[in-house]
Write a protein that binds this ligand. Structure first.
Ligand code: ZN
Length: 221
């Protein structure tokens, strides 16, 4: 049973109609999986979309089978031929994509100082990337030119760069123009000029991990 993951191809697809692929019940309640799925489940540091099916609120989760499942808050009536209408919160999707894509940029920027990202958390209000040292030549956290890093990123955002994604076998690669591809299953803005309000909020170093907290938002260029 295969489910088409439309969210991987188009961050800006906020609604669609689809038949149900399969359904079931688990510890989170009754669920169904659409054949064509627009919802991003929580994962890779990004929160799940807020969504509705036929106007009924749904929780979105990655089911144990690997399918993206929706858990309706009320029963939804359908049969095999019914095309259900899926809708997601566009402002939240765009905000999450902007925050997450900004995390990639932060990672690209920190490479030159000898730091490599090991994890990201891109929830609104608490976005951060955690880095570990790449070799002995890394610039110590207290010597990092935080203002310069911020300015460079803001300059890049204003200048703009395309963001693309493609599959290589089972791996999805993402590329911000003029950087190196990164394996990632998240949602990204199509150009970094759609990210505004970038701000480094805090830099902390503890137990060999550098944590940079930041904020960013979706901005119409
Ligand atoms: Zn990503």
């Amino acid at each position: 049973m295969s489910q088409t993951q439309l969210y991987l191809d188009d961050t800006y697809l906020f609604n669609s109609q689809s038949q149900v692929l399969t359904h079931g019940e688990d510890e989170f309640g009754a669920w169904l999986a659409l054949k064509e799925n627009i919802f991003h489940p929580q994962g890779g540091g990004q929160p799940a979309d807020t969504g509705w099916i036929n106007d009924i609120p749904v929780k979105i989760r990655r089911h144990i089978s690997g399918l993206v499942a929706v858990y309706p808050q009320e029963a939804i009536q359908y049969d095999n031929d019914t095309r259900l209408t899926a809708l997601l919160s566009a402002p939240e999707r765009l905000r999450n994509a902007a925050l997450h894509t900004a995390g990639h940029l932060l990672n690209c920027e920190l490479h030159q100082y000898g730091w490599v990202a090991r994890s990201g958390h891109h929830f609104p209000g608490e976005a951060r990337v955690e880095f570990t040292m790449q070799g002995a030549g890394a610039v110590l956290s207290e010597d990092l030119p935080v203002d310069k890093i911020s300015e460079n990123i803001i300059k890049k955002l204003r200048h703009g760069a395309k963001v693309s994604a493609w599959m290589e076998g089972e791996t999805r690669l993402t590329l911000i123009e003029n950087t190196v591809p990164i394996a990632c299953g998240g949602t990204h803005v199509e150009n970094i000029n759609q990210i505004g309000g970038f701000l480094i909020k805090a830099v902390k170093f503890k137990k060999d991990v550098l944590r940079i907290s930041y904020d960013a938002e979706y901005a119409i260029p």
